[in-house]
Ligand binder design. Structure first.
Ligand code: C5P
Length: 217
C-alpha cells in the first residue's frame, strides 16, 4: 500500500480530445492537448491514489504511477470509464467531442467528380460526466471541467447544476490556454466559488489534487 493523503483511493481521470471517425483516414477532433488532465493524474498519483487515466489521442508521456487506457472516440471513452468503476473520485478533464459522424464510412470517401461535396450528418455523443452523475456507482466526488471564454463563473455554476457534478473547475480560455502552460481557474462547488490566481498547469494540478485530498481527510 502506497502512503500519501489519497492512499487506498481509486481516482478516475479523463483527458485529451476525442477523435470521431468520418472514414478510415479522417476524423473530427479539437485542440485539446491533454496537458492539464495528465498533470492532474500525475499529481493525484503522487499523493498515493491509484489513478486510472482514460486518455484520448495525445502525444504525452504517461505520468509516473498512472494506469493509462487509450481510447479514440467519445463512445470508447464512455465505455472505458464505465469499465474502470468503482472509483472514489472522477475528474473529467477530457474535451469530449459533442458530435460524431452519424455513420463512419467503411472505405475512404472519394470525390465523385460532380463537384458537389458530400454532406456529413452528425449524431450527438453521450455526455460522460452527466452519465456518471446518474450512475448507480457514481463516484463520491465527481468533478467536471468547463472551458469558457466569457461569464466564466455564471456558466460554470449553471453547468454544475445541469450535470449534477460536485465541482466544476472553470477554466478561463479567453487567453492562450488550450495547448498553453498556464490556467486561470475557479472551483465551483455546491457551496460557492473559489477563485485561484493564474498559475502554471502543473501548479493547478498539485493544488487541485491537494484540494481533493482535503475532502477525504
Ligand atoms: O458541456 P461541456 O462540454 O462544456 O462540459 C465539459 C465537462 O463535461 C468536462 O468535464 C468534460 O470532460 C465533460 N464532458 C463529458 N462528455 C461529453 C461532454 C463533456 O464528459 N460528451
Amino acid at each position: 500500500i502506497k502512503g500519501g493523503a489519497l492512499a487506498g483511493r481509486h481516482v478516475l481521470v479523463t483527458a485529451g480530445p476525442t477523435h470521431e471517425p468520418i472514414d478510415p483516414v479522417r476524423y473530427i477532433a479539437n485542440r485539446s492537448s491533454g496537458k492539464q488532465g495528465y498533470a492532474i493524474a500525475g499529481a493525484l498519483a503522487a499523493l498515493g491514489a491509484r489513478v486510472t487515466l482514460v486518455s484520448g489521442p495525445v502525444s504525452l508521456a504517461t505520468p509516473a504511477g498512472v494506469h493509462r487506457i487509450d481510447v479514440e472516440s467519445a463512445r470508447e471513452m464512455a465505455a472505458a470509464v464505465d469499465a474502470a468503476l468503482p472509483a472514489d473520485v472522477a475528474v473529467m478533464v477530457a474535451a469530449v467531442a459533442d458530435w460524431r459522424a452519424d455513420t463512419a464510412a467503411g472505405q475512404k470517401i472519394k470525390k465523385d467528380g460532380s463537384g458537389a461535396p458530400p454532406t456529413l450528418a452528425l449524431a450527438e455523443n453521450p455526455d460522460i460526466l452527466a452519465g456518471l452523475a446518474q450512475n448507480a456507482r457514481r463516484p463520491r466526488l465527481l468533478i467536471g471541467f468547463a472551458a469558457e471564454t466569457e461569464k466564466v463563473v455564471d456558466h460554470a455554476v449553471a453547468k454544475r447544476a445541469r450535470k449534477d457534478a460536485d465541482w466544476i473547475v472553470a477554466n478561463d480560455v479567453s487567453g492562450d490556454v488550450m495547448g498553453g502552460d498556464s490556467n486561470s481557474i475557479h472551483i465551483v462547488t455546491r457551496d460557492g466559488v473559489e477563485s485561484w490566481e493564474t498559475m502554471p498547469k502543473a501548479d493547478v494540478a498539485h493544488r487541485l489534487a491537494a484540494r481533493i485530498a482535503d475532502e477525504f481527510a
